[in-house]
Design a protein around this ligand. Structure first.
Ligand code: MG
Length: 205
């Protein structure tokens, strides 16, 4: 591996495999020359580091969107709940503190613009064209559809749409990300580039 990251990426909590992170970085190097990039579902900042390191090299920016209250599977009692990220005083998941630690440890404050909001609120008045959109938010069909409909339309020509957790075989994982992948392909607006592990890449035609 030749990719040099500004911190030990294994120390960052998250669900992104190294080959997926490296692919995100590789596409963001080109995409961030077209326009700023945006990710949905930053969690503790693992994918953010891969994407923003590429954006930083081009003096572009990464909008990092997450309400930081955890997806369905992060809630107490659910499979991916992490007690370290639970704010017991308020009784909610809070991944924003950990996210900020990651960004500052990686010296990416000059590149990452956190947006702490839901996808629907953040997108309501959005007008900035985007070079890359990485969808890794909530995995309910409703959330995935909302993310796709809210953000894919802002991609510039040749921009990259990346979707995480694509499992064509339902026994391997939830189907919502795969559903929006198929929807994007069926729209005729995208061409398929490649899949790296469970991460799919499409290009806006
Ligand atoms: Mg994911």
């Amino acid at each position: 591996m030749s990719l040099n990251l500004p911190l030990d990426i294994e120390s960052v909590k998250g669900f992104l495999e190294p080959d997926e992170g490296e692919a995100l970085h590789r596409y963001a190097v080109k995409a961030s020359q077209l326009a700023p990039c945006l990710e949905i579902g930053s969690y503790c900042g693992k994918s953010t580091v891969y994407l923003a390191t590429a954006c930083q090299a081009n003096r572009s920016v990464l909008y990092a969107l997450d309400h930081h209250r955890g997806s369905e599977e992060h809630q107490p009692g659910e499979e991916y709940h992490d007690p370290d990220l639970y704010d017991a005083d308020v009784g909610v998941v809070d991944s924003f503190r950990e996210f900020r630690k990651t960004i500052s440890a990686a010296n990416l404050q000059d590149t990452v613009i956190p947006i702490v909001a839901t996808s629907s609120v953040a997108s309501r008045h959005w007008v900035t064209p985007l070079g890359m959109v990485f969808i890794d938010g909530g995995h309910s069909l409703e959330s995935a559809l909302e993310d796709y409909r809210s953000w894919a339309a802002h991609l510039v020509k040749n921009g990259i749409l990346a979707i995480h957790d694509i499992f064509p075989d339902p026994s391997q994982g939830g189907q919502a990300p795969y559903e929006i992948w198929k929807l994007a392909l069926a729209s005729g607006l995208f061409k398929e580039l490649e899949k790296v592990n469970t991460l799919g890449f499409l290009q806006r035609i």
